[in-house]
Write a protein that binds this ligand. Structure first.
Ligand code: ATP
Length: 328
């Protein structure tokens, strides 16, 4: 691979807090090393529609504390087609870009790998930016820590009102395929039970557990339900439980998109900076088709093909066991 001289950076898929600190690190590390940088708007859409602009050190001033992404993001169907990829390639070549940093989740990496296998003259490095914390090759993904803290703050407030009225709250948190946020938030907020996409929960067992809480005179209870739980939706679940658990008034709270917003935590600011810095250094070192990850507090590169072929992300077994023990 020839020496890199101009890089493009984009954010794609769902936005995640920490993307902005990461963009800042990519831009400034590249400039520091004498590379030119182009910001690509709305992920792969900007590549196809040639929506790009040159970035300077001041283009990324005062963004460390901002949630979302200054480059905007999109889900772009045309990039899944050969025609869309070809149009994107022609625009990238015309800009003189020879390296790309793509920040996003597994869909983003699938698109990036395909693009770079077809056009190997464009080097590509991926950065895991998703609140779901579900990518192989990195213990943490960008945005997960902030999103979990946001959930904790919301549930602490729900707990105040639940406690005042002897209520049982079912709280839905994000995670269609991943229970990572639900599990961490559940441990942090003292949830009675956590329902996850990775694990089926018997409703009668849940009811038994909640009734036991009633008899132990618990003044409030929180049940966390990840979006992707297979029990048939939070409202029906709450209705079914209410029929059996009569001493509590059961309420439902769906946290929704507020979980994606807000200022990135210290952890995500440092992680984003670290990953952005490492991604540019990887491109300079001649790497391509790799993902930057954090393992045992060290930056590690994993081939994108490997990161994508391992869907066996496992929730921590000790955390799962702790939920029952700590809610007696
Ligand atoms: P999140 O985890 O937040 O959902 P993601 O990166 O997985 O993020 P997706 O919408 O799945 O989000 O993917 C982002 C973009 O990547 C898609 O909109 C599309 O442009 C591109 N992409 C996804 N899959 C492919 C594919 N098979 N071929 C080409 N491009 C793809």
């Amino acid at each position: 691979m020839s020496k890199i001289s101009k890089i493009g950076v984009l954010t794609s898929g769902g936005d995640a807090p920490g993307m902005n600190p990461c963009i800042r690190a990519v831009v400034r590390t590249a400039l520091y090393n004498g590379l030119e940088v182009v910001g690509i708007k709305q992920g792969y859409k900007g590549m196809i529609e040639n929506d790009m602009y040159p970035m300077q050190a001041r283009s990324v001033s005062n963004i460390l504390n901002l949630g979302g992404t200054i480059l905007k993001t999109a889900r772009c169907l045309p990039f899944r087609t050969d025609e869309g990829q070809e149009a994107a390639y022609q625009n990238i070549k015309a800009q003189g870009i020879d390296g790309l940093v793509v920040i996003g989740g597994d869909g983003t990496f699938t698109g990036a790998l395909r693009f770079s296998q077809k056009y190997p003259d464009i080097a590509v490095i991926g950065i895991p930016g998703t609140i779901d914390n579900d990518l192989y090759g990195s213990t943490y993904t960008l945005g997960f820590d902030t999103a979990t803290n946001t959930v904790i703050e919301a549930i602490d407030k729900i707990r105040d009102t639940a406690d005042s009225h002897d209520r049982l709250f079912f709280v839905e948190v994000m995670g269609r395929d991943s229970g990572a946020i639900a599990l961490r938030a559940g441990i942090s907020c003292g949830a009675e039970a956590i329902l996850l996409p990775e694990k089926s929960t018997a409703i009668d067992e849940l009811i038994r557990h909640l009734k036991a809480g009633e008899s132990k005179k618990k003044s409030s209870s929180i049940v966390i339900v990840a979006e992707g739980d297979k029990s048939g939706g939070i409202y029906d679940l709450a209705k079914a439980v209410q029929k059996e658990v009569t001493n509590y008034d059961i309420k439902v709270a769906v946290l929704g998109h507020l979980q994606r917003g807000g200022a990135p935590s210290s952890f995500d600011r440092v992680l984003g900076s670290r990953m952005g810095y490492a991604a540019v250094n990887a491109l300079i070192a001649g790497e391509s088709q790799k993902m930057v990850g954090l393992e045992a507090n060290h930056i590690k590169l994993t081939p994108l093909s490997e990161a994508l072929s391992h869907h066996d992300f496992k929730l921590e077994a000790d955390l799962l066991q702790m939920v029952e023990v700590l809610s007696i």
